[in-house]
Design a protein around this ligand. Structure first.
Ligand code: SIN
Length: 527
């Protein structure tokens, strides 16, 4: 039974930041279901928002975040993150992360993105996530106290109360973890556990997220007895590449920050018809505008025109996008890029306090899986890496204090038993259910919702969850089965949250209650 001081589940910015800092005090296990480098963080293009230039202020960053959040951000949390942000970014730089310098080399080049009134996004060209991930992985590997378990997928958390141990307040002591290559489930115990599993993008048919984003942390936390809030606020990124041969690929909002323009396929620009900020309106507005244009005209996509930015600038500032589009035969210096919105970010999540601690003691959540109060009903671009970074620091400081103040041994948990489960003989049922969930979420719980579509989604997901529950007990665990179980639960929680909010606000738009209702609904939903 592997036993550590800290268990970190997930290897994005929040997980590895926590692990590196925790390793100064004790032993750390980092459990990640594929390779360390596979995380939503690594896919981030835009950057990390922080007050960096002399003409910017924390107050301005706070105001922009609150404005995007449509009345549901927790202002004290936002202020704390905006204040702590620059120092945490300095620490990331000290660990080796390199951001793009301004032309001429003095200071960083700060990008502008939708909803920001100042240039404040530090970036590494359009490969910011890759760079942050590279630096954090290198720092993780340097620490002898950090033990990395790749191809290990956490299945469920070890919460003492759930095992009948008498406790006034439930506490988490690790997790059952599936080694996805051997098929064995091991018991990892720890004095402190961090969920840093990212979001649930794969619950939708079209998403900017990597395959790992299957809502595992949200589902585990819910089963462990945590509260989740604001799950109806799923952010759809307005501009993902639309190409028959391409898996959904993000075209960073920084492109619009540099002057790229959304156009109808006939060449006319349309964002000014929807918002005075035009292409730099917040994401909810831009995504809904594109959705409306496509539905009204029957077009499969709109286009993002970067051709006015100049070929040299495009290649130097957006190398990844240039190369990827070129691989599909698209020269973006000459031709507008076909784009569609796709599911991008879960603004709600597992509720935490200002230290990142959940309702279950010794269990922390940071990054996309968490609902700290930072994002409200719509996340401001590039605030997510910042929030994950700041809360990872806070969580580890709090966890150190809890560990230092407590005495006694880690309780004993029984080994996992597979019971009468047999190897699955029909993988097709898993693939079919996975596909069905993603389609129904896209069609019924997408950018524009209605009571009827949500009710249909709820009925369908209830049936699917019954079927999946059966497979879960009948078949030995595989990664696909564990992920499917989590994905189905995440879908159900999103649907329940969307049905409960009887208004439209931020990223949640229900055609049957299209107005914002501050009197009754300026509050979080909870499951
Ligand atoms: C982007 O580069 O447009 C995505 C950044 C973000 O989601 O914050």
């Amino acid at each position: 039974m592997p036993s550590f001081d800290y268990l970190v589940i997930g290897s994005g910015i929040a997980g590895l930041t926590f692990a590196i800092k925790a390793a100064e005090k004790g032993t750390v296990a980092v459990v990640t279901k594929r390779e360390l480098a596979e995380s939503n963080t690594a896919w981030a293009q835009g950057g990390i928002a922080a007050v960096w230039s002399d003409d910017d202020t924390v107050e301005s960053h706070v105001a922009d975040t609150l404005e995007a959040g449509a009345g549901l951000c927790e202002e004290d949390v936002v202020r704390g993150v905006c204040e702590d942000g620059p120092a945490c970014v300095e620490q990331l730089i000290a660990l080796g992360a390199q951001f793009s310098a301004r032309d001429g080399g003095s200071g960083y080049d700060l990008a502008l993105e939708g909803g920001h009134t100042h240039r404040r996004v530090l970036h590494s060209a359009d490969r910011t996530g890759e760079e942050i991930s590279r630096a954090l992985i290198a720092a993780t590997r340097r620490h002898s106290n950090v033990h990395v378990f790749e191809n290990h997928l956490a299945v469920d958390l070890l919460v003492d109360q759930k095992f009948g141990m008498a406790r006034t307040h439930p506490q988490c002591w690790g997790a059952y973890v599936l080694d996805t290559r051997s098929g064995e489930v091991e018991t990892f115990t720890a004095r402190s556990t961090l969920l840093a599993t990212g979001g649930t993008g794969k619950v939708y048919l079209y998403t900017s997220n990597p395959d790992v984003a299957s809502g595992d942390g949200l589902a585990m936390a819910y089963r462990a007895g945590c509260r989740a809030s604001d799950l109806e606020f799923i952010q759809f990124h307005p501009t993902c590449l639309y190409h028959p041969d391409a898996r959904t690929f993000l075209i960073t909002e920084a492109a619009r920050g540099e002057g790229a323009i959304l156009r109808r396929p006939d060449g006319s620009a349309f964002m000014l018809d929807y918002d005075p900020r035009a292409d730099l309106a917040s994401r909810d507005i831009v995504a809904r505008a594109i959705d409306q244009e496509m539905k009204r005209s029957g077009w499969d996509n709109v286009v993002l025109d970067m051709t006015g930015l100049g070929a040299d600038f495009i290649r130097q500032r957006f190398p990844k996008i240039s190369e990827r589009c070129a691989s599909y035969g698209l020269d973006i210096t000459q031709t507008p890029i076909p784009v569609v919105p796709a599911a991008h970010y879960m603004c709600g999540g597992v509720v935490t306090d200002v230290h990142g601690e959940t309702a279950v003691g010794r269990l922390y959540a940071a990054g996309e899986v968490a609902m700290t109060g930072m994002h409200g009903a719509n996340r401001l671009a590039s605030n997510s890496l910042l929030e994950g970074l700041v809360f990872a620091h806070r969580a580890v400081e709090h966890a150190n204090m809890v560990i230092a103040d407590s005495d006694g041994d880690v309780p004993h948990f029984p080994d996992w038993t597979a019971g009468d489960a047999v190897d699955i003989d029909e993988s097709v049922v898993i693939a079919h259910n996975w596909d069905e969930i993603r389609r129904l979420m896209w069609n019924y719980v997408g950018i524009v919702r209605s009571d009827r579509r949500l009710a249909r989604a709820a009925a369908r997901i209830a049936m699917l969850r019954d079927e999946i529950r059966q497979y879960y007990w009948d078949f030995t665990l595989t990664r696909d089965l564990v992920e499917l179980r989590n994905l189905a639960l995440a879908a159900e929680l999103i649907i329940r949250s969307a049905r409960s909010r009887r208004e439209s606000r931020g990223l949640h738009f229900n055609a049957d209650c299209p107005d914002r209702d501050d009197e009754n609904w300026r509050r979080h939903t909870a499951v």
